[in-house]
Structures are given as structure tokens and as C-alpha cells.
Design a protein around this ligand. Structure first.
Ligand SMILES: Cc1cc2nc3c(=O)[nH]c(=O)nc-3n(C[C@H](O)[C@H](O)[C@H](O)COP(=O)(O)O)c2cc1C
Length: 466
């Protein structure tokens, strides 16, 4: 069986309700699914959720596939109890890309149903409005495929698409993105750009789509590497591109030169609404899908948004840090910092000043990070409370904190400032908090139970039976 969305959901089912919840009760399409995810989060629960009965639609909707580090572990077939292994496995798989291959099984599952012409109506898809202040209904986790007219390279990236009509949807691409560079090349030549957006696949596809590299970098090969098998591709029906045969849905179309419309406001990952902007419009030429499709959605103003590309960012940081601090043990961008703005680094400190050096290496390697906390390797960087405890018991602010002002930062940080500081801009202040214990004086011994005793005790043997 190909590793697709169904394969992954079957995998999750065996893991139980910590990772996967299926809801039978009927639910409205808009606002409710995100609200239920938020309510679960208030109870510190971050499972993937399948809504089996969305009013007015035959399709089940699955969401939250990236909401926890455990789920990222599942995507890479690592034990979810071993967060420290997830990054290592990601880096191993990312370094071994597997080129895509043509699908050899006849009609690809994603083309069991082909809708063209009058048969196209985007409103028939269970695309939802996620938050009250959003301007409309958005596809939030499609992978957009296009081809660079200069190099011929295929590009894949995740972009949001707002419904604009039965056969029209937006495509919000920041100027830095490869897809936008490619679109501008078509626009410059006065030509339309063929695109295909596939929705609903194994999460490794989306993790791969978020991987960074030069424009020619083949995201489909990265996806293959992350999956551990080649992505099988079928030719599209109405545009000159190919798509993964085992996706749930594909929307084919064209972006014509000069075709733009307003997009937003839109609830963004930092937890605030993003401003309106003019975005290119896709004219849809076909919708292809499975006979009984599953719709994959992502809650954009939630941690699952920022965790899709998390491992790629952590891997990049880890590689750079290792060159400067070879005793690095781990690096994590926790959800408490929107998976961008806090960075926890653990090291096996060998020399005085190494904690500060690690912090400087982080802020010199990644412009998003605002607050770096460097810890000794007895602190679990996947546990905010432990990191805060290290700050409480190992830090004196005047000697262990360093502030760097006026550096370039993230545009979605609402507190970012301009050169004059009087208005919003792209600049932020960075802080390094070095919690590593001093080497030049004895530090009290940490209280912790003996390892063998800890490992020998299973709470189930002591607590009352449920
Ligand atoms: C869930 C999700 C939604 C995203 N939405 C957008 C978006 O609407 N616009 C955008 O410019 N980037 C968006 N991104 C970031 C791009 O997908 C990401 O930078 C990707 O690497 C771009 O690929 P490309 O440069 O190869 O085209 C999103 C990322 C994720 C994970």
C-alpha cells in the first residue's frame, strides 16, 4: 500500500486517542472544527481530529495532522515517546532524497472522478472559514505544483487559497517564495502559468514541501526521502504538469498575467489577523478526486501551521550550530514561541562561555528567533516547564542575559519595529539567556531519583484501575 493519507490515518488509529480522535456527531462546516481543536488544546490535548459528519457534505474532514511533536514522530515512523530522535531521523531521511516515478497502475486514485467545465464548483468542497474575522473560506494545506519556465524545474510549496467563485481561487505567495519568483517570470513573458494543487496526503509530503533550498531543489524527491519510497506521479488532465497519484483531491488551473484580487484579513499563525493584500488568482480548469475523498484541512492560527516546517528549521539550525558548538545535544523551536521566536538549545558544556557562544550562533543563523535559551543537557528542551525551571534556578539576569537590538526579524511578529521604532517594521530585539551552570565554581547537585529505580516503576502498577 502506498504511503498516503489513508495509510497514515490507519497508522495513527493504532496509537489511540492521544494522537487521533474521530468525531461522529454532526458539525457545521465553519468555525466549529477550529473551536474544537482550541478546546482540546485548553486541556493540553493535540490529537489529529477526523470530523466524519460535516453538515451538507459527504466528505469526512481531517485536521490537526501536525499539532504535536508526537504526530511529527509518527510521520517519520519514530516512537512518539522519543522526541530527541525525531530530528535525527528527519535529517537522515532528508539527506537521502528519492526521485519521483511515473505511476504505473493505470488511472491514478486521485483521478477516479474528473470534473471539468460546468462540473467545476469549488463551493462543493468542504472548504471552511476557520476564524470569525477571516474574509472567507480558505484551502490551507494544499501543495501547489508549478514549473519554472527558465530551468524547467518543478516547484512545490504550500500556499493558502481563498474561494473566489465556482472556478476561481486566490493564491497568496510572498515575494521571497520560489512559486512567486516563477509566477513573475511567466507574468514578465505575458504568459499564463499552469498550476496544480494537491490536497490530502501523507504528512511527509507537506513536511517535504516546506523544505528550503535553491529554486531547482526538488521537493518531490525530498518527499520521497522522507517517506522512504518514491512519489508516484500521474499527468494532469488539463494542464501540463504531473501530480501525486495517491492524493485525495487535485485542483488544476492557470494563473493569467495581471489577474489579481484582494485576500484577507486572515487569522495567521502568530495568533493575530494578517492584513489584506492583492494576490494572484487561479482559474480552475479541473477538479480531480477519489470517489470517496477525505478532505484535509489545517487550522492556520494554531500550532499545526508552524509545525509543518518545524523539523526543516530545526535541522538547519542544528547543522549550523554543530559547526560552532560540536557538543550540541539538541535544538528545539517550541510551540510556546509560535515555533519561530523561542529557541531552546542544549549543550554538553566543555569550556566557559560556550553557552553564550551557542546563543550567538543561533541568532546569527536564523533571523526569526528572538529569545534563545541555552541549557545544560540535563534539561529537557521539549518541556517548557523544565526550561523555565533552569531559568529560575541557574540565571542571574545581569550576567547571564545578553540583548542585541535592531536586528532583522519576522514580519508576522506584531511587536516588530522600524528603524525609528515609531511604527511597525521588520526589526526585533534578540535575547540570549545562558542557563548553563558555571564551570569555575561548584554548583549544587540536582535532586533526581536513581535512573534504575525510575525505569523500574510503571505507574499502571500503582494507580487504581480505570
Ligand atoms: C500550512 C502552511 C501554509 C503556508 N501558507 C503560505 C502562504 O499562504 N503564502 C506564502 O507565501 N507562504 C506560505 N507558506 C510557506 C511556504 O509554503 C514555504 O515557505 C515553502 O517552502 C515555499 O515553497 P517555494 O518557495 O518552493 O515555493 C505556508 C507554509 C505552511 C506550512
Amino acid at each position: 500500500m502506498a504511503k498516503d493519507l489513508r495509510y497514515f490515518l490507519d497508522w495513527l488509529r493504532t496509537s489511540g486517542p492521544v494522537d487521533f480522535v474521530e468525531i461522529d456527531r454532526q458539525i457545521p462546516r465553519d468555525l466549529y472544527m477550529t473551536l474544537i481543536q482550541e478546546k482540546l488544546a485548553k486541556e493540553r490535548k493535540y490529537p489529529a481530529v477526523m470530523f466524519k459528519n460535516v453538515a451538507g457534505y459527504d466528505w469526512p474532514v481531517v485536521t490537526g495532522l501536525f499539532s504535536s511533536y508526537r504526530l511529527l514522530a509518527h510521520a517519520l515512523e519514530v516512537a512518539p515517546t522519543e522526541p530527541g530522535q525525531v530530528l535525527a531521523e528527519f535529517m537522515r531521511r532528508e539527506a537521502n532524497p528519492i526521485a519521483p516515478v511515473p505511476y504505473s497502475g493505470g488511472t491514478g486514485p486521485v483521478q477516479e472522478v474528473v470534473l471539468t467545465g460546468e462540473g467545476i464548483n469549488l463551493a462543493d468542497l468542504p472548504i471552511q472559514q476557520h476564524c470569525q474575522g477571516d474574509s472567507g473560506r480558505y484551502i490551507t494545506i494544499g501543495c501547489l505544483i508549478c514549473r519554472d519556465p527558465v530551468s524547467g524545474a518543478t516547484n512545490v510549496g504550500t500556499y493558502r487559497h481563498e474561494l473566489k467563485g465556482p472556478n476561481r481561487m486566490g493564491c497568496m505567495m510572498n515575494p521571497v517564495q520560489h512559486a512567486e519568483t516563477i509566477r513573475a517570470r511567466y507574468e514578465g513573458a505575458g504568459k499564463s502559468m499552469d498550476v496544480a494543487v494537491f490536497i490530502g496526503h501523507h504528512p511527509a509530503y507537506h513536511i517535504g514541501a516546506a523544505s528550503r533550498g535553491p529554486l531547482e531543489h526538488d521537493e518531490l524527491a525530498v518527499m520521497g526521502g522522507l517517506l522512504g519510497e518514491a512519489v508516484e506521479m500521474v499527468p494532469c488532465k488539463t494542464v501540463d504538469l504531473a501530480v501525486p497519484a495517491h492524493a485525495e483531491v487535485v485542483i488544476e488551473g492557470r494563473i493569467h498575467p495581471g489577474s489579481f484580487q484582494m485576500d484577507g484579513p486572515f487569522a495567521e499563525y502568530a495568533g493575530y489577523y494578517g492584513a489584506q493584500m492583492n494576490v494572484p488568482i487561479i482559474e480552475v480548469t479541473a477538479i480531480t478526486r477519489r470517489k470517496q475523498p477525505i478532505w484535509h484541512d489545517l487550522f492556520p492560527s494554531f500550532r499545526e501551521h508552524t509545525q509543518v516546517g518545524l523539523l526543516g528549521r530545526e535541522a538547519q539550525l542544528y547543522r549550523r550550530l554543530r559547526e560552532i558548538v560540536p557538543t550540541i545535544v539538541g535544538v528545539h523551536l517550541p510551540p510556546s514561541g509560535a515555533n519561530f521566536w523561542h529557541c531552546y538549545v542544549s549543550i554538553k558544556k566543555r569550556v566557559q562561555g560556550e553557552g553564550k557562544l551557542a546563543g550567538l550562533a543561533v541568532i546569527g543563523s536564523n533571523y526569526d528567533v528572538k529569545h534563545v535559551v541555552v541549557v545544560d543537557d540535563d534539561i529537557n528542551i521539549y518541556d517548557d516547564e523544565e526550561v523555565l525551571w533552569a531559568i529560575a534556578t541557574r540565571v542571574q539576569a545581569d550576567q547571564d542575559c545578553s540583548i542585541v537590538t535592531n536586528s532583522f526579524g519576522a514580519h508576522l511578529d506584531p511587536s516588530a519595529y522600524s528603524e525609528t521604532r515609531s511604527e511597525k517594521g521588520p526589526m526585533t530585539t534578540k535575547v540570549i539567556v545562558d542557563t548553563t551552570r558555571p564551570m569555575s565554581r561548584k554548583f549544587p547537585e540536582r535532586v533526581s531519583p536513581p535512573r534504575e529505580l525510575w525505569d523500574s516503576i510503571d505507574l499502571k502498577d500503582y494507580l487504581p484501575k480505570q
